[in-house]
Every structure is written in C-alpha cells, then in structure tokens.
Design a protein around this ligand. Structure first.
Ligand code: AHR
Length: 491
C-alpha cells in the first residue's frame, strides 16, 4: 500500500443497527419543472408508449430498483385538487399552480401515475392536500384509491376504467406545512389538529394505511424541533412516520465544507428521533415513531441547469450513508426528485435520457444496501471545517443480507489523497470479496451531459488483497466505493 494515510473499518455480524428495508431507497415525482411533463411523460417522444410515458426513462428507473415513489408533491400538492386529475383527460381543467407559478394541464393524474409506477415496479406514496383542502378531500381520495367498490368514490374510479383498487399503502398528510412558502402554511397547532382529524378519517376509510405527518421542512427552520414535538403531541397515536426534508448546496462552499454536509444530516435525524421519543415519553406511549426522510438531495437552486458533478455525487453518497446508518428509525427515504428536477435521471426534449453522477451511488445502495445494517466502527483521520468539527475523512456503512449471504461495505473517501483502509469483518466464516466498484473523477466538476453521458461512471476494480476476515484496500482521493463480499464465496 503506497498511501501513508490510513483508516480502519471494523464490523461484527452481531452488531446490528437495524434493518434497511427496500423503502429506504425510494424517490419522488412532483408536478414541478420537467419532472412529469417532459420527464416521465412526453407523448411526442420516439420512445413514448400508448399512455405517453417515455419508455427510455422507464428503463432507467427500473434499473434503479426504486421501491416507493412519493407523488404528486411537494409544494404542488398544497394547491392540488386530486379530482382534477381523474376521469376523461379531455374534460380535465387547466388550473393555475400557485406553488410553481405555472398552469397545470392535468394530463397526468393519480390513475396514470399509478399505472406508470406499476411499470417501473414501485409502490406509490400519495400526498394529500392539507394546504387549501382538508379532511373530506383526503378521505375521499383514500376511498377512490383503496375501496373495491360499492361507494360513490370507489364506483367513480371504476367508471374511470380502473376496476381494481390501487391499494395505496402510504399517504402523506400534506407537505412542509411549517414553511411560509407553502400554500396554506399553518402554525404547528393549526396543522397538528388538522392532521390528527384527517388521519382519523382516512384510517376510518381504510385502517390498513400508513400515514406520514409533516415534521419541519429542514433542520435550519427556526421552529425545529419544537414544531415536530407539537405536531406529534396532536397526532402521535394516529400516524406512523414523521417526515424530514433536506437539500444541501445553496450556500457557496468549498469542497471540504460541502463534503461535510452529511454530518449535519445525521445530527438532524438524531434530533428528530429525540423529538419523537420526547413525545413518546410524555404520552407514556408504547408506540415508536419512525421517520420518513421523504425529500433529500443536493440542490443548487441558483444553478442554470440541474446537472450534477462528481463533487455533488460525493455529498449525495454521504447523505445515503447517513440514511443507511439510521435504518433503525428511518424506514422510508425518498430521494428528490426522480427525473430532470433535482434528479438522477435527465432527459433532453425529443432526445436521449441519461444517468447523472448521483444515479450510480443511489443504484448501488438500492441494489446492495438492503438487509441488516451493521455498526461500522470507523477509525479515520478527521478535519475541521468552518461549520463542522472532526469530520471523518472516511465515511461508511455496511449491510448484511442474511437471505443472500451478501455483505456490502459502502465507503466514501472525503479526502483529496488516496486512503489505505483496513476492513475487518468478524463473524463471517469464509467471506470472500466478489466485486469492488469505485467512482472517482480527476475533475470534481465533471458532469454527465447529453453529448457526453458517460463522463463520470463507476468502474470495477481488480483486486486480490482479500483474505479471510478482512482486507486492505486503497481508495482513490475523493471517491465512492462499494465492496461486495459473499458469505459463501458465491460470485
Ligand atoms: O422538491 C422540491 C421542493 O422542495 C418540494 O416541492 C418542496 O416540498 C421542497 O421545498
């Protein structure tokens, strides 16, 4: 090993943090910018199917194995009438969308989106409007989607050509209701009361649904975490998840500072868990509240395009690691958004669809990050940035899938220099390295574009350093890495 910089990862089969279920690797489709229209839906495109959906996009989404997709917003949902988006398309109204200051043509609505999600192999997580609407519209939507028939809204669905219920399992009670930018913004008490009564009515229509209540729309909100605690005091026994949202990239940051951002995400999760557990204790409840991190990504609102760099992919990877390492409490994760708008998939109008830099770490985690998350004890050099002290140069997460016998270590080198990492694995007899993947770029500003869609891609590394129980690997500076081991040595 030529690098003088050393780090270590130690894992033990028995030290399990929690289970990373498939829903941790979900995404989000909002009626925003070119996510729906010109993204998943472009009827004039050469690859469009009979419903107008781009099949090249469907193929790229399928490759990600996204298990759950939140829809239709986001801020959009706070002014949305779901009834506008169902029934004969030619009769649907064109409505002003006050969230994104555009006109919504309602060519895609709940039924079309459910069909599309089925094509990509994902379940739908539907958000209801608690901005301009309330209990009745939300309960009616559950009835429309989930009752088989014999009532007004379930029969309406059937008359629209959908005989079988959509069986939506997860609903969000509004979106970012703490934000003054939200249509129908509310105080924590106003929202908490409305969310509670809406939750009760929705579960009376279908007791099997799971509900996500809005937490703060970010750790930086002045009302966090009091907002979350107040909302939970109103809703604790009626909801199943508290939502969290985070985007990094708005401030001008140097690389070290930017790469440290996921440290903030981990602190945010810990603090949200503390708010949940405070309310649990106060209510003497036996129920544990889980988290739905249903919007997260790198987002530069001031950039002229939504193209991601290698540097962005490293920050994104750190955010993924933070989610995986909190899998005991974060049970739903929705990377925001899926196509074009702050997204891993990008399309040109009438042209190609391609994978952005962030696509790859997301794909790796979605494919190999399901199972028991093992506590990764990391010894690493660290640095102080302006906002964060002791940022570890090496970050990582390790997941064991007992069913397949696979063990995967995800490792992020935040440093500019190569890093020699000793990986020690305890409790796995006969554990062999079957694949090593790395993603790095000489230029941190490198992006994948329409002309050059494969500028930043991962590659397989030939490696022979593995011995039973551990190995030492040399990670490139500024790199994302995946080490895949097989318990039985099966490739
Ligand atoms: O994902 C983009 C927007 O970011 C969402 O509409 C909103 O919820 C968040 O502020």
């Amino acid at each position: 090993m030529s690098s003088g910089i050393k780090a270590k990862v130690l894992v033990d089969r028995d030290f399990v943090i929690g289970e990373a279920g498939p829903r941790l690797y979900g995404s989000f489709v909002e009626h925003m910018a070119r996510c729906v229209y010109g993204g998943i839906y472009e009827p004039d495109h050469g690859s469009a199917d009979s419903m107008g959906f781009r099949t090249d996009v469907i193929d790229l989404v399928r490759e990600l194995k996204v298990p759950i997709i939140r829809y239709p917003g986001g801020n959009f949902v706070s002014g949305y009438n779901w009834e506008d988006g169902v029934g004969p398309v030619q009769e649907r109204p064109r409505r002003l969308d006050l969230a994104w200051h555009t006109v919504e043509p309602n060519l895609v609505g709940t039924n079309e989106f459910v069909q599309w999600a089925r094509r990509v192999g994902a379940e739908v997580m539907l958000a209801v409007n608690l901005g301009t609407r309330g209990i009745e519209a939300a309960a009616n939507l559950v009835e429309y989607c989930n009752r088989s028939g014999g009532s007004y809204f379930s029969d309406l669905r059937r008359s629209h050509g959908y005989q079988d219920p959509h069986r939506i399992r997860v609903f969000c009670l509004g979106n970012e209701m703490d934000g003054p930018w939200q249509i129908g913004h509310k105080t924590a008490d106003e929202y908490g009361r409305l969310a509670c009564e809406t939750a009760k009515a929705m579960k009376w229509v279908d007791p099997s649904i799971e509900l996500v209540v809005c937490g703060s729309s970010g750790r930086g909100m002045p009302t966090f975490p009091q907002w979350d605690a107040t909302v939970l005091e109103h809703t604790y026994e009626h909801v199943d998840y508290l939502s969290l949202h985070t985007y990094y990239g708005d401030d001008e940051l140097d690389t070290a500072e930017f790469l440290a951002k996921p440290v903030d995400m981990s602190a945010y999760i810990d603090e949200a868990v503390a708010a949940c557990d405070f309310v649990k204790a106060k209510k003497r409840s036996r129920k544990t509240m889980y988290l739905s991190f249903d919007e997260w990504n790198v987002w530069f609102r001031h950039r002229t395009d939504d193209l991601y760099t290698m540097e962005d992919a490293l920050v994104f990877s750190g955010m993924l690691l933070s989610l995986i390492n909190h899998a005991d409490r974060v049970k739903i994760g929705c990377q925001a958004q899926l196509v074009n708008a702050i997204a891993p998939i990008y399309t040109a109008k009438g042209g190609r669809a391609w994978r952005q830099t962030i696509y790859y770490p997301f794909q790796h985690a979605s494919h190999y990050g399901r199972g028991n998350v093992l506590r990764a004890l990391i010894t690493s050099p660290a640095y102080d940035s302006c906002k964060h002290e002791g940022v570890p140069v090496l970050d990582g997460a390790v997941v064991h899938d007992p069913a397949s016998g696979e063990l995967t270590a995800f490792l992020l080198n935040r440093g500019s220099e190569p890093l020699s990492v000793e990986v020690q694995i305890r409790g796995f007899d006969g554990c062999l390295l079957v694949e090593r993947i790395t993603m790095a770029a000489d230029d941190l500003r490198a992006k994948n574009t329409e002309d050059c869609p494969c500028r930043v891609i991962p590659s397989r590394v030939q490696t022979a350093e593995c011995s039973d129980g551990g190995m030492t690997v040399l990670l490139r500076g500024y790199s994302w890495n995946v080490l895949r081991f097989s318990e039985r040595g099966v490739a």
